[in-house]
Design a protein around this ligand. Sequence first.
Ligand code: WT7
Length: 635
Amino acid sequence: MSNYHIKHLEEYYQVYRKSVRNPEAFWEEIAEEHFVWRKRWDTVLSWDFKKPEIKWFEGAKLNITENCLDRHLPTRGEKTAIIFEPNNPEEEALHITYRQLHERVCRMANVLLDHGVKKGDRVCIYLPMIPELSVALLACARIGAIHSVVFAGFSSHALSTRINDSDCKIVLTSDGSFRGNKAIDLKGIVDKALEACPGVANVLVVNRTGSDIHMEPTRDKWLQPLLDEAYADCVAEIMDAEDPLFILYTSGSTGTPKGMVHTTAGYMVYTAYTFKNVFQYTENDVYWCTADIGWITGHSYIVYGPLANGATTLMFEGVPSYPDFGRFWEVVEKHKVNQFYTAPTAIRALAKENLEYVEKYDLSSLKVLGSVGEPINEEAWHWYNNNVGKKNSPIVDTWWQTETGGIMITPIPYVTPTTPTYATLPFIGIQPALMDENAKEVKGNQVEGRLCVKFPWPSIARTIWGNHDRYRDTYFSAYENMYFTGDGALRDAVGYYRITGRVDDVIIVSGHNLGTAPIEDAINEHPAVAESAIVGFPHDVKGNALYGYVILKETGESRDRDNLRKEINQQITEHVGPIAKLDKIQFVNGLPKTRSGKIMRRILRKIASNDTSNLGDTSTLLNPEIVQEIMDNSL
Ligand code: WT7
């Protein structure tokens, strides 16, 4: 029996039991048999959720790029590592072999070294979905630099905050990016961001759109000529198992974005192992995850997980709606995609369009369909299953988070019988727990509670960059000796989990995790605004959309409301990014607050969702009369 590739339900249960009874022995075996190490570990695991401190494979030495690239060269050198499908279908797709990818990574690593980047330095990557993005991640990993990828849809303000938080000295970007029929001026956004980032000494620019951009003489350089001149091999830096691999920012319910820190060995082992099983990847399959590498899904399941398995991973630059709504299915047919991994919001958007867009294409290559980022509703699940999978491809509804690094609760296709809207069973090694209001674990089946994890898994984030206290407070203080996810969940009669959604103020819009604080900050910076509160409300494509309650200053009272709404959304676009724009803005005279001054979002959420039959206890409010007024004027 190979514990690395699970093929039957019995085997799942057997391996699961083994992984829980003796996690150290289990992960040691996986690590030993499926990866290359420069030195073996001394200790498989040491952990303390109180401090919190978690270490996997301590003492081991390795480089993750030797696992993702070098070790494949003798057997898979001419195999395609990355298929690049451009935004414009008329532009030719690229097939980059493992040998070519190795060379490109080495060249870029040498360019970074030439610019003084050393082990442990932070490198900000702000690039569209082009091959250079994957190459940049791996080039950092090659030399032990810590990459911090910022999704190229974020605004200059969001970018500068992230650059400064982790003190990046260098930024990799491109002149622009193509998305559908739009070209976006990425370099202009970087220029604006860097006005607030005195620490950045170099900007290396990929030529993608050929647009006319400003190059700051001492700071900015075109990347391609440097790559052409660079040496095509680069010795891998030997890293400790617990050396940071990357920082990736995620929103919290309050405060600034959190720079989640992932380390090398545990992350590698867990993402590779989950990739193999959750997608049942077999040699020569073509795997496609439609996420952007700017999110954790792309880090773990476009780059590291697939490449560590020697897989062929497809990178798509475009959007599902360009040149028309058949684009995804055209790409599936063209590249004979076997595993397809996307978000419910994309499925819902495509399900609204004519079925011909799907039916036109030959999707018979598909074997596994994945879903990630938010709960998948029953309707979307059936549409995906009927029209894309033709009831022949199991759907894996994968629950996980930026913080967990890899997939945590998921069916294993062809192994776990699926149920719509259920993420089903914990993955190997994962020990979930549901907690009640009294912080007690709810045991047994047919129960509901707050979702926690009792025992560390190899790819759990190790800290928040520069703020370990916040890491402890956010994830380890709600329940003793537990990692708290922020989600609610239920466990049904057969032990399947269904994620019911966030129990904090994080709002998931189109699968993007948006914290309320940065958006409210952006609104409040508008000169006419006194105060604001945003909440989510159900939306048939985005899952949730944003509803803003805004109190105007006296000076704003006479202004045209529709213009103000536009300006507020413009303000949000500039500070956070267009993904955070509000669908509805209601101007109010006050916000429901507790006596301690905390906004009662629970009430605002109910009003925004038109669910006002039972507003719950409002007696603790400082200003209960405002509730009726807000309800009377709700949009
Ligand atoms: C939050 C994490 C994991 C990569 C993308 C999101 C929600 C994620 C599911 C799912 C229900 C899900 C949770 C989670 N979520 N996947 N399959 N079913 N909810 O990463 O931005 O860190 O967001 O996304 O609420 O806590 P993220």
